[in-house]
Design a protein around this ligand. Structure first.
Ligand code: GDP
Ligand code: MG
Length: 440
């Protein structure tokens, strides 16, 4: 595995300190191979390695990691940020407005299956979906959709195979309107290869009804082909997002990286099996460690990270015992919480949590944090270390310095005292493990 290979590269190295150019070069040679083996396109690999090399040389090797692991940590972070750092949802229109989603992709990619998977997901979120059978070419395509729709308890709209897909799509939207349904999912036809006729049909549908989201379904097993297909569909038809299917196979899924890097469209979901429940949110961080083929090393890195936090926490506990816990420590502990991602990152791991809600929450948090930071920075070092000396005139000065009302300072002091009391009662609660995200 990549981790074994990297351990070999660094076998002779016992140094901590900084990563040298030599360290990075030999490690990245192995990373490059791993990415190519995972089907990441050559062009993307080249750009990527260059970026990582620039970032890595001279970087500090984190406590608890060896140089190989440090390089992997950086590689992983860059992979995640390339793939978008965050999860993306299908955009739906508000309220009872009808959202039209058009599935696109080659034959056998998984359009019909995925359409039913999405319908089930939306239904469980309280939406009222309608599946529309617009594949009139493949024998039994309509029946396949009907069977899947029935399994999901979602209505399937069909007009047989004698009517044009454009007219079926139009009628499906009308049907949704008159039956109070609010998401129409068009299951379209695919062909074995990208061809004009298929593209034209999709374009005609787009021209005649308002398609809100064109979702491209690609088979992860096809590797490099999936990337070319994405580029073609995006150029000709225009796509809003990609669903990568058959990731339950043994592919490492490098296509995810190349697709995002070449056509810039987000991966929305991943297909993890033939069952209609096998649709998962796309998590760039999980995908990154899958592409590298090294969940083991990643968990090691996480542990090292947690240890560092724990060390800090232990120091704080010592201070608490000696009643030295001051505002600087308070600020530090809040920053630590923030670094761990706080509640919002936990929320974002839960299926069905809208990204909007998450944004709102973190914005509020950050505003609060900034205010608290301003107040603490307005204190003298002596005040920060000995919160008990804060009398009204000092509080007034601090409020003026931070540009807030004195009531804000009082609130902060109260919160601080509560935190101090709580932490005295529950030793270990500042431990670095608490906010760990549910990766791997
Ligand atoms: P379409 O031609 O694009 O509509 O593709 P289908 O939905 O008919 O799927 C083609 C085949 O792939 C079917 O046998 C599906 O059961 C299978 N399939 C679809 N998605 C997945 C997936 O995520 N994992 C696996 N293992 N099989 C899948
Ligand atoms: Mg189909």
């Amino acid at each position: 595995s990549l981790s074994d290979k990297l351990q070999n590269v660094f076998k002779s190295l016992r140094s901590k300190g900084r990563l040298t150019e030599g360290d990075v070069k030999s490690a990245l040679k192995e990373v490059k191979m791993a990415l190519l083996e995972a089907d990441v396109s050559f062009k993307v690999v080249k750009q990527f390695i260059k970026a990582v090399q620039e970032r890595s040389v001279g970087a500090d090797v984190m406590n608890g990691l060896n140089p190989a692991q440090m390089v992997i940590k950086i590689v992983n972070e860059e992979l995640v940020s390339l793939m978008g750092s965050d999860t993306t949802e299908i955009q739906l229109r508000p309220g009872n407005e009808i959202t039209v989603i058009m599935m696109a992709g080659l034959q056998g990619a998984g359009k019909t299956t995925t359409a039913a998977k999405i319908a089930g997901k939306l239904k469980s979120k309280g939406r009222k979906p309608l599946l529309a059978a617009c594949d009139i070419y493949r024998p039994a395509a309509i029946q396949q959709l009907q069977i899947n729709g029935e399994k999901q308890g979602v209505e399937v709209f069909t007009m047989g195979d004698k009517i044009s897909p454009v007219d079926i799509a139009k009628a499906a939207v009308e049907h949704a309107r008159s039956h109070n349904l609010n998401v129409v999912i068009l299951d379209t036809a695919g062909r074995l290869h990208v061809d004009e006729e298929m593209m034209d049909e999709l374009i005609r549908i787009k021209d005649s009804i308002q398609v809100d989201q064109t979702i491209l379904v690609v088979d992860a097993m096809t590797g490099q082909d999936a990337v070319n297909v994405s580029e073609m569909f995006n150029q000709k038809v225009g796509i809003d997002g990609v669903i990568l299917t058959k990731l339950d196979g043994d592919t490492r899924g490098g296509a995810a990286l190349s697709i995002k890097a070449t056509c810039g469209k987000p991966i929305l979901y991943t297909g993890m099996g033939e069952k209609l429940s096998d649709l998962e949110q796309f998590y760039p961080d999980r995908m990154a460690s899958r592409i590298l083929g090294m969940g083991d090393v990643m968990s090691l890195i996480e542990k090292a990270q947690a240890n560092i936090d724990e060390e800090k926490a232990r120091n704080m506990e010592q201070k608490l015992k000696k009643a030295q816990f001051g505002f600087d420590d308070y600020l530090e502990s809040m920053n630590q919480l923030k670094n761990m991602g706080g509640i919002s990152s936990v929320l974002s791991m839960m299926p069905g949590m809208g990204s909007k809600m998450k944004d709102l929450e973190s914005a509020v948090d950050e505003k609060k944090m900034a205010g608290i930071e301003a107040m603490i920075l307005s204190m003298t070092p002596k005040e920060r270390a000995n919160p008990d000396i804060l009398n009204p005139s000092r509080k007034k000065r601090i409020a003026a310095g931070a540009g807030v009302d004195i009531s804000e300072v009082n609130k902060l002091v109260k919160q601080f005292e509560q935190a101090r009391k709580m932490m005295k009662q529950v030793p270990g609660m500042m431990g670095g493990k608490g906010g760990k995200r549910g990766k791997f």
